[in-house]
Design a protein around this ligand. Structure first.
Ligand code: 7TP
Ligand code: ZN
Length: 331
């Protein structure tokens, strides 16, 4: 039989959630100027802020930065003539960072702080004649950008601004024979893109397009003996795939098909006991990206000391309810 690539969960790995360590890790991340992280993550600063701030919100902790400074930073990242939002002042706007900026403002109920019409104009400008979306003015097309565009507009209650039927038509073209999704039509199925495809259809109430049990089966096939989930066959487990696979299963009403106990053990083992935060797999370097997806996955697995997370938006359920948003979830 083919040897399955997997890892061993170390026996001395953490077995409970190190809440205080994670608060410290997020609040101190990237502060220390001479450590390599500082300059490295300029190009994804606003995304890093969304990942860190949402992690803190889910574990009921406060950011060390005051909320007005955070709001002001998002405002400073909005590009006046395109309306798009950049990761960092002086960088080009991109839909990935535009979404993160809107997610941060929505979480703090401060969407009024920026030029909403400008954001709507920017997202509209990204839609192509075939219904697809580019990520920015340079024109790269990816299913991720369809998902981020529609999520951004749904948070602003402005889905009327785009050709939704064409957008849905394009996403249907990205569905593969295994019911999974890739970046573009005929691209290989990958758990991260499946999350984008399922999330998009959840936002537009069209999960009927998917053969639910075939896709749920493909997703559960990603679980390895270590309990961890991987993104494609023959790949190593990684905690962020816990989120892409679990949230997709949650939207499809098949979360119970995965072995939650062994997955929880794997996720807990990805915590850094020294400095806090989650890594992609036990023993590696923690970062805010894997921290939010580790905590959000634990929330989906029913961890009672973590706030309920919405599987479609990866935001606190209380925020989605306050905004009156009802993404489709199959039961
Ligand atoms: C460290 O190497 C990378 C590689 C890709 C990226 S990415 O921006 O294209 N991206 C998100 C991502 C972020 C981090 C990270 C490090 C520090 C911080 C601070 O907040 O965030 C790390 C990885 C990462 N990846 C790569 C990855 C994760 N697991 C496996 N891999 C190969 C994902 C990548 C794509 C992406 C996914 C979701 C999303 O909302 C935005 C981008 C960033 C750093
Ligand atoms: Zn990862």
């Amino acid at each position: 039989a083919k040897l399955m690539k997997d890892i061993e969960v170390p026996s001395d790995a953490p077995k409970e959630i190190l809440f205080e360590k994670h608060v410290q890790f997020i609040n101190e991340y990237g502060k220390d100027e001479d450590n390599f992280e500082y300059g490295m993550t300029d190009y994804l600063r606003l995304s890093g802020m969304y990942w860190g701030l949402t992690a803190l919100e889910l574990i009921n902790a406060q950011p060390s930065q005051c909320k007005d400074n955070i709001i002001d930073y998002v405002k400073k990242c909005q590009d006046t003539n395109s309306g798009g939002i950049s990761a960092c002042t002086g960088h080009d706007p991109h839909i990935l960072h535009t979404l993160c900026g809107i997610q941060i403002l929505a979480m703090y109920d401060r969407v009024d702080a920026i030029d909403v019409e400008g954001v709507v104009k920017y997202v509209k400008s990204l839609q192509q004649p075939d219904g697809s979306f580019s990520g920015d003015k340079w024109g790269e097309i990816d299913l991720r950008f369809s998902f981020c565009s529609v999520m951004t507009l749904s948070l602003l209650n402005r889905l009327d601004a785009i050709d939704l039927e064409k957008a849905i038509e394009y996403v249907e073209k990205c569905k593969n024979f295994d019911e999974g999704f890739g970046s573009r039509p005929q691209s290989e199925s990958h758990a991260g893109l499946i999350f984008c495809g399922v999330g998009f259809l959840s936002l537009v109430n069209r999960l009927d397009i998917i053969n639910r049990d075939s896709l749920a089966w493909w997703l559960c096939e990603r679980q390895l003996p270590s309990g961890g989930l991987c993104g494609r066959p023959e790949k190593l487990p990684d905690v962020c795939y816990s989120w892409w696979v679990l949230s997709s299963l949650a939207m499809l009403g098949r979360l119970h098909w995965v072995d939650g106990d062994s997955l929880k053990t794997f996720i807990l083992a990805c915590q850094d006991a020294e400095i806090g935060g989650f890594t992609d797999r036990p023993g590696n370097v923690p970062d805010p990206f894997h921290t939010i997806f580790g905590l959000a996955a634990l929330s989906l697995l029913g961890e009672k000391h973590i706030q309920q997370v919405n599987p479609t938006y990866c935001m606190p359920q209380s925020v989605i309810e306050r905004l009156g948003l009802k993404p489709q979830i199959l039961t």
